[in-house]
Ligand binder design. Sequence first.
Ligand code: ZN
Ligand code: FE
Ligand code: FE
Ligand code: ZN
Length: 267
Amino acid sequence: MKPNCDYHMHTPLCGHAEGAPQEYAAKAVACGLEEIGFSDHAPFVVKPLPGITMKPEELPVYHKMIEDVRARFKGRLEIRIGIEADFIPGFEAKTKAMLDAYPYDYVIGSVHFIKDWGFDDPAQREKWSEHNVNAVYRDYFELLRASARTDFFNIIAHPDLVKKFGHRPTQDMTKDIEQTAKVFQETGVAVEINTSGRRKTVGEMYPALRDLTIYCKAGVPLTFGSDAHKPEEVGCDFDKAVDLAKKAGYKEYVMFKERKIYRRISL
Ligand code: ZN
Ligand code: FE
Ligand code: FE
Ligand code: ZN
C-alpha cells in the first residue's frame, strides 16, 4: 500500500517551482492520494532570497491560494497548509514571529545553510571544494538537532540533504545520527522520507536506509513528501518510499492537523 498523503510540495511563489496549486491537487487525486499539504519556502529571515523563498509580503497570498484550492477540492482531497522554513541560528525570534503570524497544520524545518553557505544550492556547489566533507556532515547534523530543539517545527525535512551532490564522509557518522534521532524523539518532531533525492545527483531518497532505521529505533514519527516543484512530481516514487519505510522497521506514519498528529496510519 502506498501512503495516502504527500506533505511536501511547493508553489510558484518561491520563484523556482512551476504549476498552479490546483494542478498539484489534481495530480494528487489522479494518483489516489487522500490528503496533501503545501509547504512552500518561507521568507528567508536573514535577507531577501529572490528565486529561492517567498517574500514576506507574499505570505497572505500563499494562504489565500491554499484556501482557494482547498475549497475547490472539498470532498475530493484534504488539503493542509504547511510551510518549509529554514533554521538559521541567531534568527530564532524573527523565525518564530514569522511562523506565529499565520496558522499552519505543520511546519517543516529545513537546514539548507551552514553559516551563510547554501550547501545544496547548485550555484554554490563549487564551494564544497573549500570544505572538509566530514566537518560539513557534523555541522549539518548539529544544525538538525538545534532546529528540532527550537520547538518551531513539526517535521524535519530531508534529514541527510547534505549528501545531495554525492559528497560522502570518510568517517563514520552513526553516532551523530543516533544523537540526532534521540533529540528528535525527545523534542517530538517527525522525520520525512523525501523522495526528491532520487531526482538529484545522489540518486537516492532522503534519508538513507541506515539513517531511517536509526530514526525508527528511536521512536521518531514518520511522514512522506515528494518535495514536488512541479505538479507531475506529486506522489513521486511513493511505492519505493513505502518499501524503504518498512525496511527501516516503520509500522506506521503520521498525519498532521493544526500542528498536531491527528492520525496514525499502518503501513
Ligand atoms: Zn525548493
Ligand atoms: Fe528543502
Ligand atoms: Fe521543499
Ligand atoms: Zn525541501
